[in-house]
Design a binder for this molecule. Structure first.
Ligand code: UDX
Ligand code: ADP
Length: 475
């Protein structure tokens, strides 16, 4: 099972960076990333590397090195599936919005469509690797679809035949390239040693052998969900303690430092924030909840469900306290929102806490001036489901805003702050730590507030500028 040609179905946040790193580390393998979205493929092929559809530090350099040599982006699924020895399925698996399991189970229609394409076009023996985050036992679904073709031995004298492996992705957005180049571990689940070895050989080009773990396919699928559930649980845990700190006079940063120095707990993933976002955490926990209920484990389901419930409550808690601090009403008040992406160093806004918090503030009548260095105004409009005010799309006509409960995109922080009653930091972008608070304070309407939901601002500088200050978890 020598791998010379890889096809990856899905050119998104997982498929794009993962295949770029494989191509970079394995120059002898031709890597073709295919997608049904022509616009996305065009962006991957854009001669200006600043226009790649995904912003990840270091990704543009890798694409620049490999594209056109052994890394290709295309919409020709049929051709590249038929040429591939190994096919990664890396399509989106959002939570179902209707039907059985709506709001909890993953929608597998894109995975199923991909498996059917593989079944129709693959030739000879092909290793199919599930890369997308998938509910446990999805490999079985893929296997069943592929087996129909195996049995019919369609058009070809030999095969097609398939092996299905699970190889979950643990990359974190914003540090995807580093996570791919120096992974804590690579997990490969499957039951055919030869197929596992073929995939291991690819990773061994840059990952130490002892960091490549082999499990059965179900453990591999479940390990991915469990890793995300444990990480999300830490965030809900520390956010719950932040609320308690605010009530009692503690400081969550001090509590986090104190508990994090216990090596059994560890220091990472203990930063209290506005609530976790991103495409994986909520979806994966809801999957665990669904799975647990399906198997009659209602206590297990309730336990994990609590992590999501706490996260939602926490987001509303942030918006509610802003309303309270601003005298109980936001009608016609201008609030500068700094950051919309679900975390820094990504343009991704999926499940961002900013979505719910901004919606809450808009419902209260606030006029939001939203700034983000990478998230696009178009995406923000889709997420909020509200058109921005026409007049201030660049944030420069702030004084003309009169409509309650609306928003504008501000391309400069200073414009967002002009005549604002409050500034709310929702994403921990580095540039927000460099703000000149004296300059900003001069432009704001007094009494003015700064709400730091990421704990990144220097308290003394904000206070010194004559502004009121609130920080998450600071009693
Ligand atoms: C996550 C997992 O980390 C990754 O392994 C998996 O493959 C995909 O899901 P990602 O969604 O990119 O990665 O982001 P992550 O860095 O885990 O952050 C998720 C959310 O938690 C963000 O909204 C982030 O701001 C928040 N967070 C993270 C905190 O609020 N506090 C922390 O201490 C860490
Ligand atoms: P992820 O974060 O899991 O990578 P994304 O939404 O960023 O998710 O990317 C998934 C990609 O998969 C999208 O670009 C989408 O167009 C693509 N896709 C979905 N279904 C198919 C399909 N049947 N064939 C090819 N590409 C697909």
């Amino acid at each position: 099972m020598k791998i010379n040609n890889i096809c990856c179905i899905g050119a998104g946040y997982v498929g794009g960076p993962t295949m770029s790193v494989i191509a970079d580390r394995c120059p002898h393998i031709q890597v073709n990333v295919v997608d049904i979205n022509q616009e996305r493929i065009n962006s991957w092929n854009d001669s200006n590397l600043m226009n790649l559809p995904i912003y990840e530090p270091g990704l543009d350099q890798i694409v620049g090195r490999c594209r056109g040599k052994n890394l290709h982006f295309s919409t020709d699924l049929e051709r590249h599936i038929s040429q591939a020895d190994m096919i990664f399925i890396s399509v989106n698996t959002p939570t179902k919005t209707k039907g059985i399991g709506a709001g909890k189970a993953s929608d597998l229609k894109w995975v199923e469509a991909s498996a059917r394409k593989v079944a129709s076009f693959a030739r000879g023996h092909t290793i199919v690797v599930e890369k997308s985050t998938l509910p446990v036992r999805t490999a079985e679904v893929i296997q069943q679809i592929l087996q129909v073709e195996e049995r019919s031995g369609k058009k070809q004298e030999q095969g097609p035949t398939f092996d299905v492996l699970s190889n979950p992705e643990f990359l974190s957005e914003g540090s995807a390239v580093k996570d791919l180049e120096e992974p804590d571990r690579v997990l490969i689940g499957g039951d055919n040693d030869e197929a596992i070895e073929a995939l291991s050989r690819i990773y061994k080009k840059w990952v130490p052998e002892e960091n490549i773990l082999h499990t059965n396919i179900w453990s591999s699928e479940l390990a991915k969900l469990t890793a995300n559930a444990f990480l999300a649980q830490r965030i809900s845990s520390i956010n719950s303690i932040a609320a308690l700190c605010e009530a009692t006079g503690g400081d969550v940063r001090e509590v986090a430092r104190a508990i994090g120095s216990d090596s059994r707990i560890g220091a990472r993933f203990l930063d209290s924030g506005p609530g976790f976002g991103g495409s994986c955490f909520k979806k994966d926990i809801l999957n665990l909840v669904y799975l647990s209920r399906f198997f009659g484990l209602s206590e297990v389901a309730d336990f994990w469900g609590g992590v999501v419930t706490l996260n939602q409550w926490h987001q509303h808690r942030v918006s509610t306290l802003i309303v309270k601090k601003l005298f109980g009403t936001l009608a016609s008040k201008k609030i500068a929102v700094l950051g919309f992406a679900f975390k820094a160093n990504t343009n991704d806004t999926r499940e961002s806490a900013a979505i719910q918090i901004c919606k809450d503030l808009i419902d209260e009548g606030a006029i939001l001036f939203i700034h983000d260095p990478k998230a696009s105004p178009n995406q923000i409009e889709i997420d909020l489901g509200i058109k921005p005010l026409d007049k201030c799309i660049d944030g420069s006509n702030s004084k003309e805003t009169s409509k309650d409960g609306t928003w504008c995109f501000a391309s400069k922080i200073i414009d967002a702050a002009d005549q604002a009653d409050a500034i709310l930091v929702l994403t921990e972008w580095e540039e927000y730590t460099q703000i000149n608070w004296l300059e900003i304070a001069n432009r704001m309407r007094k009494p003015a507030w700064v709400f730091d939901s990421r704990s990144i601002l220097k308290y003394e500088e904000v206070i010194h500028a004559g502004l009121n200050f609130w920080r998450i978890g600071m009693g």
